[in-house]
Ligand binder design. Structure first.
Ligand SMILES: [Zn+2]
Length: 78
């Protein structure tokens, strides 16, 4: 049985998204997310946030719609 709970998932999420978590751990996280809506939403939010950050880090200026999307995502957290 998986040792992953919501707190552990948050701790491991960035490694998971970075592809640094090993295969077993990825599976455990995916199993937890499949059963846990808040964690699934949290993971989706972090994934999208990273896409925005990576886009900005390419040295291009983020277009206004992207900035507004980020604000929308962040405000959707509460
Ligand atoms: Zn959870």
């Amino acid at each position: 049985m998986s040792e992953i709970d919501c707190t552990r998932l948050v701790e491991l999420l960035w490694a998971y998204l970075d592809g640094e978590a090993d295969e077993t751990l990825c599976q455990d996280l995916q199993v937890h997310m499949a059963e846990c809506l808040p964690c699934r939403q949290h993971a989706e939010f972090e994934r999208r946030l990273r896409e925005v950050i990576q886009y900005k880090c390419r040295g291009e200026r983020a277009p206004e719609p992207l900035r507004l999307e980020l604000v929308r995502l962040l405000s959707g957290l509460s």
